[in-house]
Design a protein around this ligand. Structure first.
Ligand SMILES: NC(=O)c1ccc[n+]([C@@H]2O[C@H](COP(=O)([O-])OP(=O)(O)OC[C@H]3O[C@@H](n4cnc5c(N)ncnc54)[C@H](OP(=O)(O)O)[C@@H]3O)[C@@H](O)[C@H]2O)c1
Length: 284
């Protein structure tokens, strides 16, 4: 493909906020809206959600927080990157625009900035790509991308008409799950496609690792911060930790600004090595 026809690489903030497990329980809704609201006020500019999370509940939590943050001027719409995802079984020619319209309604927005196929299902990929391109042409989404795609899926996508318009791949990548570093991350980096790292603190587990915590403390960081700083420093990698607790939100955002020295990076590389053979892509 001539360079002039290459789609523009998507520029994303260094770290975003995840929302899985939000919107599932009405008794927690107020705290969750307040958390997303607080995140926006403290400077988060990328919010990741999906129609799957709480069956629309998480999008509605995000929508309520966004409406208030935009109203009081904590954030400008153009500075925000709102990411949502379509279920594979909805990702048909007709189902995709219908799902997107429902998501837009819950988010209270006219555009989803980045809309991902959540994982591969039985709908032909070419049909989904066409539907996503159509949504983009109509301005309902800014860009489209994929999630849980391994190298072979990406190659299949790249071979499709317009497939290289994919703006991101969101996969499980963390200190605890180093698989993508073997070949998927280099593949994406070579093409300028961001890897959004989900479950970047292994759903909280890495934060509870006492020896990592001890090493992080020497640097004045928490274990979660060390894990996030390590991810955010890798070219094209954007971690999206989920947090509701205020202290977690603050810790995580500031982690993206930490610069790790060579000896810390070497220690992490030795403790959490890249697998010598390519493992299958892990999914949560
Ligand atoms: N595309 C996909 O298939 C897929 C799959 C999984 C996840 N995701 C996305 O990625 C996001 C993040 O992944 P995740 O939610 O699975 O896991 P995660 O972000 O690795 O971990 C979230 C858990 O860690 C806790 N936590 C957050 N910051 C912390 C800190 N600084 N110290 C200690 N604990 C901390 C949170 O607690 P509190 O909430 O109590 O603060 C929560 O229990 C999701 O929310 C979702 O948006 C996408």
């Amino acid at each position: 493909m001539p360079a002039s026809d290459m789609p523009q690489a998507l520029s994303l903030p260094k770290l975003g906020l995840g929302t899985w497990r939000m919107g599932e329980d009405a008794s927690r809704r107020q705290a969750e809206v307040a958390a997303v609201r607080e995140a926006l006020a403290m400077g988060y500019r990328l919010i990741d959600t999906a129609e799957m999370y709480g069956e629309g509940g998480a999008e509605s939590v995000v929508g309520a927080a966004l409406a208030e943050a935009l109203r009081v001027g904590d954030v400008r719409r153009d500075d925000l990157v709102v990411v949502s995802k379509v279920y594979p079984h909805n990702a048909t020619r007709r189902g995709t625009p219908a799902a997107c319209a429902r998501s837009l309604g819950r988010l209270g927005l006219e555009r989803i900035d980045l809309y991902l196929l959540h994982w591969r299902g039985s709908v032909p990929l070419a049909e989904t790509v066409e539907a996503l391109q159509d949504l983009q042409a109509r301005g309902h989404i800014g860009r489209w991308g994929v999630s849980n795609f391994d190298v072979d899926d990406m190659e299949e996508l790249w071979a499709l008409e317009g497939g290289a318009g994919c703006a991101a791949n969101q996969v499980y990548y963390s200190l605890g799950e180093r698989g993508p570093a073997h070949s998927l991350l280099p593949w994406l980096q070579a093409r300028g496609v961001p890897l959004m790292a989900y479950s970047p603190i292994d759903q909280g587990a890495i934060a509870r690792d006492p020896s990592l915590a001890a090493r992080a403390a020497e640097l004045g960081l928490s274990a979660a911060q060390l894990a996030l700083a390590w991810l955010a420093a890798q070219p094209g990698v954007v971690p999206i930790p989920k947090a509701v607790q205020s202290a977690h939100l603050r810790e995580n955002l500031s982690a993206a600004r930490q610069v790790l020295d060579e000896s810390t990076r070497a220690m992490l590389a030795a403790r959490y090595p890249v697998p010598s053979r390519k493992p299958p892509l892990a999914m949560i």
